[in-house]
Design a protein around this ligand. Structure first.
Ligand SMILES: Nc1ncnc2c1ncn2[C@@H]1O[C@H](COP(=O)(O)OP(=O)(O)OP(=O)(O)O)[C@@H](O)[C@H]1O
Ligand SMILES: [Mg+2]
Length: 143
């Protein structure tokens, strides 16, 4: 089966992107391809103009750890105040430290902390919301 198809995305440095979509839509697969543990069958991944596809674990870790935080449902199992702390930390790491955050979440309240939300369905990015709010995200999901 194909978990992701023809996905081409730029994650701007020092930006916060949330990835949403139904279960099985390919969110975790996309994160794993972007972070490096999984390799796309075709195409490539670069961070700050350095290609990481095919790189060993050690090299990849050094490059990605400095610049990009990958989080797969970081607030999924947390109470709301601890979840809020995590989201504030992620936001601050972008705004104050210039890190790039890519976060998978099912929660509109979490995704609203991002600068944009990508919606995946069946391995394809079907929509993008810039400057999302809880209202615009829930409106999109209710369509
Ligand atoms: N190791 C694997 N072997 C075979 N198929 C897989 C594997 N991992 C994921 N898949 C399939 O790839 C597709 C995308 O899965 P993925 O885990 O990326 O979805 P997801 O959007 O993260 O879902 P969830 O919200 O449940 O975490 C699904 O159809 C899934 O069944
Ligand atoms: Mg997943």
């Amino acid at each position: 089966m194909i978990a992701l198809r023809d996905v081409s995305i730029d994650f701007v440095s020092a930006s916060f992107t949330a990835i949403m979509g139904p279960s099985g839509s390919g969110k975790t697969t996309m994160l794993q391809c972007a972070a490096g543990p999984a390799q796309p069958t075709s195409g490539s991944v670069s961070i700050a103009d350095t290609g990481i596809t095919g790189m060993g674990e050690l090299c990849r870790a050094l490059i990605t750890r400095l610049d990009v935080i990958f989080a797969d449902e970081p607030t999924g199992a947390l109470d709301s105040s601890t979840g809020q702390e995590i989201l504030s930390l992620l936001r601050a790491s972008v705004d104050e430290l210039g890190q790039t955050v890519i976060m998978v979440t099912h929660e509109p309240t979490a995704a609203a902390h991002a600068d944009r939300v990508l919606f995946l369905r069946d391995g394809v990015v079907v929509s993008t919301l810039c400057h999302p709010t809880v209202a615009t995200i829930t409106d999109y999901l209710a369509r």
